[in-house]
Ligand binder design. Structure first.
Ligand code: NAD
Length: 278
């Protein structure tokens, strides 16, 4: 049916690959209701004369708040403590946690979400390191972060929080060698994209005690739940709910309407990602 439509709106799970795009004969615009466009072949769309736009602002605060929630939950064993109370067990000893205050947070990807995480983490008294090849020292300093290279960040941080976009070169940005650089007591938080992390290498490090814990909202083969990760008590997992708040969903809806109106009613390419120079 794709050939019947002038405009196609998708979320993250619908794959708009070159084969689908080649049949979207009427389409002028594909809108991703959200930010990551890794499920859309934006070059194939551009070649077919189809603009691809996203709604980059709508999810930012929700994704940042989930990352902070995960840091606090992991550090204070909130999920395990809750489970033990629900099993009518009063277990204070295994719930001994640690503070965020004074810890070093390594932010990989200082874009929209990364910056909101930085602002919130700074208010907790954390020291912030950031690595992002497309951000300036001054830009990082504006959110209290010190820009550094990935290796220095990995070996220094107590908590690693991933906020990079899934560009073609970023698959397994955090693999076996990168995890080996991290402190044994460090935590890894990933609310960005599952493919940024080598799941096997992460599961190995956690089960061998070479990393203290991980909190994940995104996975390599969504919606498949990785058995090994699920079996580890040091792993906190949520099913890609970074953008799943009432506020973000309302904002996404409004941003999609604005993009479609601007494009078809006013001829304006709002948030269009793939038509530069065409
Ligand atoms: N879990 C969710 O539901 C949810 C919600 C919103 C966003 N996200 C994801 O979170 C991530 C951040 O979103 P955003 O809106 O901040 O995107 P953004 O484009 O504003 O920021 C991404 C940043 O990553 C940087 N980057 C790219 N490659 C890098 C690398 N190799 N090393 C370090 N930095 C690198 C870019 O320069 C950019 O500054 C994206 O992957 C997005 O898909 C997930």
């Amino acid at each position: 049916v794709i050939g019947n439509y002038d405009c196609i709106i998708v979320r993250s799970r619908t794959r708009m690959d070159a084969a689908v795009i080649s049949r979207a004969e009427r389409a002028k615009l594909i809108v991703r209701a959200g930010v990551g466009t890794d499920n859309i072949d934006i070059d194939a769309a551009a070649a077919a004369g189809i603009a691809v736009a996203n709604t980059p602002q709508a999810n930012v605060v929700s994704a940042a708040e989930l990352s902070i929630a995960m840091m606090l939950a992991l550090n204070r064993h909130i999920c395990a403590a809750n489970q033990s109370m629900h099993s009518l067990r009063w277990d204070t000893l295994s719930a001994t946690g640690s503070e965020l205050f004074g810890k070093i947070l390594g932010i990989v990807g200082l874009g929209r979400v990364g910056k909101e995480v930085a602002k919130r983490a700074a208010s907790f008294g954390m020291h912030l390191l950031a690595s992002d090849p497309y951000v300036s020292v001054g830009d990082a300093a504006s959110v209290s972060a010190e820009l550094t290279d990935l290796r220095t960040l990995l070996s220094s941080c107590d908590i690693l929080s991933l906020h990079a976009s899934l560009l073609p070169g970023n698959r397994h940005l955090i693999g076996r060698n990168e995890i080996a650089l991290m402190k044994k007591e460090a935590l890894l938080i990933n609310t960005a994209r599952g493919e940024l992390v080598d799941t096997g290498a992460l599961a190995d490090a956690l089960s061998e005690g070479r990393l203290r814990g991980a909190a994940l909202d995104v996975y390599e083969n969504e919606p498949h739940v990785d058995q090994r990760l699920a079996s580890l008590s040091s792993v906190l997992m949520t099913p890609h709910i970074g953008a799943q708040t009432r506020e973000a969903q309302n904002r996404v809806g409004m941003e999609v309407v604005n993009v479609v109106n601007a494009f078809f009613m006013e001829g304006k390419p709002l948030n269009v990602l793939n038509m530069q120079g065409r």
